[in-house]
Design a protein around this ligand. Structure first.
Ligand code: FES
Length: 258
C-alpha cells in the first residue's frame, strides 16, 4: 500500500562529501517489503513549495518503524533536506516501485551486487536480506573519488567487497568493469543499481546470467500517472514502453533498451 505521511526525523548525518544518511520513523515503514523500492520526498520552505524528489531506501527496520536513505545534497530540495534535525517532519510518499527479488536464489549460492555512486545505497538492504537467506554476496562498488566513498565497512561485514574509484584515489582505479574482469564468475545471479552505461556493460558481460537492474530515471509523479519516466523496451517484451517508477525501478536484465 502506498501512503503519504509526515514522518519524523530520527537521525541525520553527513557520511561523505555532500552525501547524507537520514533515518525517518513512521507507519509507512510497515509496508516496506522489498529492497530496491524508493520514496518520494517533498521538502519545502514557506517561500517556495518544491517538487518531490525520488530517493532510494538503503535500510529498513520494520519493528522500529524506521527506514534509512542516503542521498546527495545537490539541488535546493535536497540541500534543504540535509538541514533537517531529529524531531523535524518530512513529507514522504511511499513505498514506491518494484524492488529486487531475493527469493530466486538459495542458501549457499553466490550473488554479485554492483553499485555505482548514489546507486550503491539500495544494495545495502538487498545484501542484508540475501545474507539472511544464507546467500554469499560479492560487492563491487564504484565511486568517483575517495571523498564520496561510503558504507565500505558495512558492506565488508556482509561479504567480499571491492571499492573502485574513477580517479584511483582509493581502492581499485577505473570502473567497476575493471574489477569484474578479474573476479570469478561463479555467482548465479547479479543485481545492480547505478548509471545506465554501467547497467548496459553488465548485461553485455553476463548475457547468460540472471540479472536484476535498477534504473535511475527523471521522475514526476512517482506513481505511474504522468509518463515522465517512460523507458523503451526490447523486443523481448510484448509492450513498447514501461514506467520506471511503477513497473520498476528494478527490471530483469534484457527488458529495458539500454
Ligand atoms: Fe510519473 Fe513515472 S514518474 S509515471
Amino acid at each position: 500500500m502506498i501512503r503519504q505521511e509526515q514522518m519524523c526525523v530520527v537521525h541525520q548525518q553527513k557520511i561523505a562529501t555532500n552525501i547524507f544518511e537520514l533515518t525517518l520513523k513512521g507507519q509507512l515503514v510497515q509496508d516496506m517489503k522489498q529492497p530496491g523500492q524508493f520514496v518520494h520526498i517533498r521538502v519545502s520552505n514557506q517561500m517556495e513549495p518544491l517538487l518531490r524528489r525520488p530517493i532510494s531506501i538503503s535500510s529498513i527496520n520494520n519493528e522500529a518503524l524506521e527506514f534509512t536513505m542516503i542521498y546527495r545534497a545537490e539541488g535546493s530540495g535536497t540541500v534543504l533536506l540535509s538541514k533537517k534535525k531529529p524531531g523535524d517532519i518530512v513529507d514522504v510518499l511511499g513505498p514506491l516501485g518494484q524492488g529486487f527479488p531475493v527469493d530466486k536464489i538459495t542458501a549457499g549460492e553466490k550473488a554479485l551486487l554492483v553499485g555505482g555512486g548514489i546507486g550503491v545505497p539500495p544494495l545495502y538492504e538487498l545484501s542484508k536480506r540475501l545474507v539472511e537467506r544464507g546467500v554469499q554476496p560479492i560487492h563491487v562498488l564504484g565511486f568517483q573519488s575517495l571523498d564520496v566513498v561510503f558504507y565500505e565497512e558495512l558492506f565488508k561485514q556482509l561479504g567480499e567487497t571491492y571499492i573502485v574509484t574513477v580517479d584511483g584515489s582509493y581502492g581499485h582505479k577505473g570502473f567497476v568493469t575493471n574489477v569484474l574482469d578479474k573476479i570469478a564468475d561463479d555467482f548465479v545471479m547479479y543485481y545492480s543499481c547505478g548509471p545506465t552505461p554501467m547497467l548496459a556493460a553488465l548485461e553485455k558481460m553476463y548475457p547468460h546470467k540472471e540479472g536484476y537492474l535498477s534504473f535511475e530515471q527523471r521522475m514526476g509523479c512517482g506513481i505511474g500517472a504522468c509518463f515522465a519516466c517512460v523507458c523503451e523496451t526490447t523486443e523481448k517484451t510484448d509492450v513498447d514502453y514501461l514506467k520506471v517508477c511503477s513497473d520498476g525501478p528494478v527490471f530483469q536484465s534484457g527488458v529495458i533498451r539500454v
